[in-house]
Write a protein that binds this ligand. Sequence first.
Ligand code: CTP
Ligand code: MG
Length: 219
Amino acid sequence: MSVWAILAAAGSGERLGADRPKAFVRLGELPLLAESLRRLDESEWIDAVVVAAPPGWEEPSVLLAEELGAGTVSAVVAGGATRAESVRLALADVPADAVVVLVHDAARPFVDEAVIERVLAPLSEGWDGVVPALPVSDTIKRVEGDRVVETLERDSLVAVQTPQAFLADVLRAAIAAGEGSDCASLVEAHGGRVRVVPGDPRLLKVTTPEDLELAASWL
Ligand code: CTP
Ligand code: MG
């Protein structure tokens, strides 16, 4: 069974507010992108990787993959205006015989073998997609402007992370049919069965400068 990974790294990192796209902001000695790229490359579960790079940063991405000796990197494509569009563009470089596609955010540097195993396993038990998630500890309210409209039942809510795994055919069909939104919601909307498995607090998404500092302290 061939497993391909899409590394979504094409975002601009507006909330981080650096002078370059988030994937190329330093985490320790190397660009943020390096950590997740190296980990996916080293995973014994993943056969090949397609990187969606920030537009204009394809060449530095290829050079980084070379510097890391990341031999499983099959293609680097320019990403699109939204994450979903970046994933769609990368998926075009995943061959038709790929069985499983794992989609991961480069903004989550600390992907590890255990969570990759957790999201892959249910795909051989009849699930179409698998997402890692954490319970939410805060009470979540739905608001319109500054007015609270609804208090949601915390027990039925989870905070979803990446890597997310999908049967390749199901992901292709869902992405062809839908617009916007994240991959798992497209698969759900397309009638796919998506399972949730335990996430990991270490899968922190680097969004703000404070997140970057925290992530650097974990290196
Ligand atoms: N992403 C992408 N293509 C886009 C937008 C986002 O590949 N057009 C990727 C990002 O590179 C990141 C992941 O999707 O790895 C999650 O997105 P997010 O954390 O929101 O990153 P940015 O969109 O870059 O950050 P911001 O929203 O602050 O601009
Ligand atoms: Mg974003």
